[in-house]
Design a protein around this ligand. Sequence first.
Ligand code: C5P
Length: 195
Amino acid sequence: MNFTVAIDGPAAAGKGTISRAVAARFGFAYLDTGALYRAVGMKGGDPIEAAQNLTTDDLARDDLRSLAAGQAASQVAVIPEVRAALLAFQRDFARRPGGAVLDGRDIGTVICPQAEVKLYVTASSEVRAHRRWLEVGGDAAIVLAEVKERDARDMGRADAPLRPAADALVIDTSDLSIEAAVELACAEIARHLRP
Ligand code: C5P
């Protein structure tokens, strides 16, 4: 069975948590596509070469969740050749037998426009910055500025900008518990699995 769940949205909206939960619930494989861009950003050197030669070791670095990695990722993510180098791997993953969940910025719009389910998970920038601050600590104002800067870069870039696919279900987690958001996502998937 091929079944793809595309989950897009801005940083710290809850995509990763929802993706892992639905993948576990339905027994689907999960790919955090942001980790690919983070690994390219942190590898240093020419980002296009880094994207073309990404290894499992690059993806296993323990600093990929840092603010610096998030910023580096969104800087290399504007480069069309970097995005192109990562495309085939993501598409192959999406069509693996048994079902797949991919989260990122352009999964429903560019990588898997044919995905059976598309979700756009979002929340206010203040709520997202607070969540990120609980994870990374430091100066809350800097974390908020970082979230806004990354949103602007991800939404404003020419190639594969962050936006909801026309047929995506939007889930705003600003005032929603994780459990409630996961239930909404699971109900949407179940509806498409058993129409
Ligand atoms: O999701 P995460 O915060 O790990 O993503 C890091 C950065 O990687 C994003 O801000 C975005 O610039 C880039 N990205 C992307 N396309 C994806 C996933 C991530 O451009 N599918």
